[in-house]
Design a protein around this ligand. Structure first.
Ligand code: PMT
Length: 411
């Protein structure tokens, strides 16, 4: 991905164990040609030495709000003016709360208040603290003022608990910030994470006919797949969308292919998969189809009846087996053992990535406006917290673009 040279990133680091990850973030941002300056809260330098960030950023690290020496060189207002973007990573519950209430009692919160450029926060905290209504209220408030949150991810935490609260991966934060700096701030044609990349997406359910009036289907609304198609378009991709029957408007700007059955979806996907760079299987394809479709309506004669079902062809596995195969991303919809089944599908179907979601719960999954995803790839993972499918799709497309571009640069 192209990134502007010498854009100014101000990275604010708060006191949390995730502060060590910010060292990698500085390295990645510098690698993209960005000029990085670091500010730290007092408790942040209990976790990582300012010298680490000075060495990695190539700039002095700012620690004090009222430091006569620094004030002469570059006061907090100048520092805020200097920045093209401010990232607070890790952002602790305490700093988030202070920012949400306009408090400015240290350098980080003062910069937050003084900055007029876009503001990003990558929260990191214990999962109970993250889930507290007061924290969520603070986040909603900051979002309503335009602050963009990246993460947090879910998983094992330093405190031994499991849940949401881990800081997003430095690669994902870097990707989001670079996209921001590249797209709106450069007075030149849009350069996006997937510019010119061909993406094929499946979405929605399939219908497997029993007779002319009955069929087997599932609760997929197509919302996740359609949101992915829009997010990929926004990222500059050429998008083809193969859709099962849903009640959604055809997204403008995509090559749209309407299908009904699993067999039709298989034919449509296989006819195009060899010509695309990325394949994303968000459809809930029927695993089984009636071995026979009756030509006439089945009459209610017996007390019991049964339908013999045959396994459908696995579209995702078939695409991943092509040589060369596109960068292949599957979904896993699970009611239990989410990670085990997702990792199993990733390995057995030879996928590049898999996005796993819970289904059959009150929130997320099928036919919901919101969703949350656990995303896995070989030797890596990220968690995308519960959000609207539109927001989530943009995050997933970013993550896919990062991995796709990494794989491309290796080959
Ligand atoms: O459409 P929404 O209402 O927005 O809901 C979104 C969703 C829950 C449908 C979506 O997020 C999702 O999880 N899609 C995959 C659903 C599914 O069928 O999961 P699975 O674990 O049964 O299948 C694993 C993968 O194999 C999926 O990528 C699926 O598309 C693919 N598959 C399955 C069977 C088959 N015959 N061919 C396939 O390609």
């Amino acid at each position: 991905m192209d990134t502007p040279i010498k854009k100014h990133v101000l990275l604010a680091i708060c006191g949390g164990i995730a502060a060590y990850k910010s060292a990698e973030l500085v390295r990645l941002l510098r690698k993209k040609g960005l000029d990085v300056r670091v500010v730290m809260t007092v408790s942040a330098h209990e976790f990582v030495s300012p010298l680490t960030f000075q060495a990695l950023s190539g700039n002095p690290v700012h620690l004090q709000l009222l430091d006569a020496e620094e004030e002469n060189a570059m006061g907090h207002i100048n520092l805020a003016r200097w920045a093209d973007v401010v990232i607070i990573a890790p952002a602790t519950a305490n700093t988030i709360a202070k920012c949400a209430h306009g408090l400015a009692d240290d350098l980080v919160t003062t910069l937050f208040l003084a900055a007029t450029c876009p503001l990003y926060m990558a929260p990191a905290m214990n999962q109970s603290m993250w889930n507290k209504a007061i924290t969520q209220d603070n986040i909603s408030k900051l979002e309503s003022y335009g602050v963009v949150f990246i993460g947090p991810d879910s998983g094992h935490q330093a405190c031994g608990e499991v849940g949401y609260g881990r800081m997003a991966e430095p690669a994902d934060i870097c990707q989001r910030v670079c996209e921001h700096l590249t797209v709106p701030m450069m007075a030149q044609p849009k350069i996006s994470a997937l510019a010119g990349v061909k993406v094929l997406i499946t979405a929605g359910p399939t219908r497997e006919h029993i007779d002319p009036v009955r069929y087997i289907t599932n609760r997929s609304s197509g919302k996740m797949g359609y949101a992915l198609a829009c997010a990929a378009l926004k990222a500059g991709a050429e998008v083809s969308l193969i859709s099962g029957p849903v009640n959604l408007a055809e997204p403008v700007g995509v090559d749209f292919i309407q299908v009904e059955t699993a067999a039709q979806m298989y034919e449509a996907a296989m006819a195009r998969a060899a010509d695309v760079d990325i394949f994303i299987a968000a459809a809930a394809v029927a695993d089984y189809t009636p071995s026979l479709t009756e030509n006439v309506k089945i009459k209610k004669i017996c007390d019991q009846t049964s339908i013999l079902l045959n396994k459908t062809q696995d579209i995702l596995a078939a695409v991943a087996l092509l040589t060369p195969a596109p960068f292949t991303v599957g979904f896993a919809a699970e009611t239990h053992d989410l990670e085990t089944y997702a990792q199993d599908k990733l390995r057995k179907k030879k996928l590049d990535m898999i996005a796993a979601n819970w289904v059959g719960r009150a929130e997320g999954g099928f036919d919901s406006e919101q969703n949350a995803l656990e995303v896995f790839w070989q030797n890596g993972r990220t968690s995308l917290a519960m959000a609207s499918k539109t927001v989530l799709a943009e995050q997933l497309i970013n993550s896919i673009a990062t991995r796709f571009n990494e794989k491309k640069s290796r080959s």
